[in-house]
Design a protein around this ligand. Structure first.
Ligand SMILES: Nc1ncnc2c1ncn2[C@@H]1O[C@H](COP(=O)(O)OP(=O)(O)O)[C@@H](O)[C@H]1O
Ligand SMILES: [Mg+2]
Length: 275
């Protein structure tokens, strides 16, 4: 009987999609036997992060947790690897399309907003992915308590077929610890996350609410909609810290993204639109 199967997998990099932040994202081809090729995305981790043992430990721990997340609204992770030359890397499903952040900027270019039904559709599908992740249990039947921690327009990818998918699952926990002292992304954080409190699935739902707000916010006067730098994108994002005092505590907010607690789903049903 087959016990183990060892193979050296080769990835041929096609182009750099993005560089910066924690590392780089590449489009690549996973090369198999007899000319088999599969398009994948590879995320590498910057050496400065790879050298931080606390970050690496958290990163590995989370990568293992999310390895089995298989849902149409979550970017699937195929492999977590280590190469002597390039350090830790993640191989994931390649998404041909654009991010919600890019889509918001494109609509702003024509001084319009993301249409209401489309914004609600995107957010409701991401809510489905979150509901799935939040309710995962381990082999022992105990909840895995998976929290994304970085639900934001940059991490929502929309395929050319129109399917919204949440990326970067399992990365934020390590990233937020590592960048805690470097001023990480705070714009979409729930009050409890922004104040380094205990977070659970409700925190992601809060962030998703801010994403919906951002998608439907009128374009600022004079906006060109040109792709902005990350810094200016952050400046224009809603601020959870500004919302803190007016925000109900997490105890009174929806606990999951499931359709029963997420009212956008009823909007979808009411409109009867498939997208
Ligand atoms: N699985 C993927 N397939 C295709 N493109 C991706 C994928 N994951 C990320 N990207 C692209 O790479 C960019 C950078 O991603 P990332 O490193 O996660 O930075 P950030 O989330 O801070 O924008 C994203 O904005 C997106 O355009
Ligand atoms: Mg990302």
């Amino acid at each position: 009987m087959l016990k183990t199967l060892e193979d050296n997998v080769v990835f041929r990099v096609v182009r750099t999609i993005a560089a910066g932040g924690m590392g780089s994202v590449y489009e690549a081809r996973q090369v198999g036997a007899a000319g088999f090729e599969k398009r994948v995305a590879i995320k590498t981790i910057l050496p400065e992060f790879s050298a931080d043992q606390r970050f690496v430990d958290l990163f590995i721990q989370e990568a293992k947790l999310v390895a089995d997340l298989v849902h149409e609204n979550i970017v699937q992770i195929y492999q977590f690897g280590f190469s002597k030359r390039h350090g830790y890397y993640i191989v994931m499903e390649y998404i041909s399309g654009l991010t919600l952040a890019e889509f918001i900027r494109l609509t702003a270019a024509t001084h319009t907003r993301v249409p209401e039904e489309l914004a609600v559709f995107i957010v409701s599908r991401i809510a489905r992915g979150l509901a799935y992740a939040h309710t995962r249990v381990g082999r022992s039947g105990l909840p895995l308590n998976i929290v994304h921690r970085d639900v934001c327009p940059n991490n929502i990818l929309i395929t050319t077929e129109g399917l919204p998918k949440l990326g970067d699952f399992g990365i934020a926990k390590a990233a937020t610890q590592a960048v805690a002292t470097r001023g990480g992304k705070r714009s979409y954080m729930s009050p409890e996350q922004a104040t380094s409190g205990q977070v659970d699935g409700r925190s992601d739902i809060y962030s998703l609410g801010l994403v919906l707000f951002e998608a439907r916010r009128p374009a600022p006067a004079g906006s060109t909609g040109r792709p902005s730098t990350r810094a200016s994108a952050r400046r224009s994002a809603p601020s959870s810290s500004a919302c803190c005092s007016a925000t109900p505590s997490s105890a009174t907010r929806p606990a999951t993204g499931s359709p029963t607690s997420w009212s956008t789903a009823s909007t979808i049903r009411a409109t009867g639109r498939p997208w």
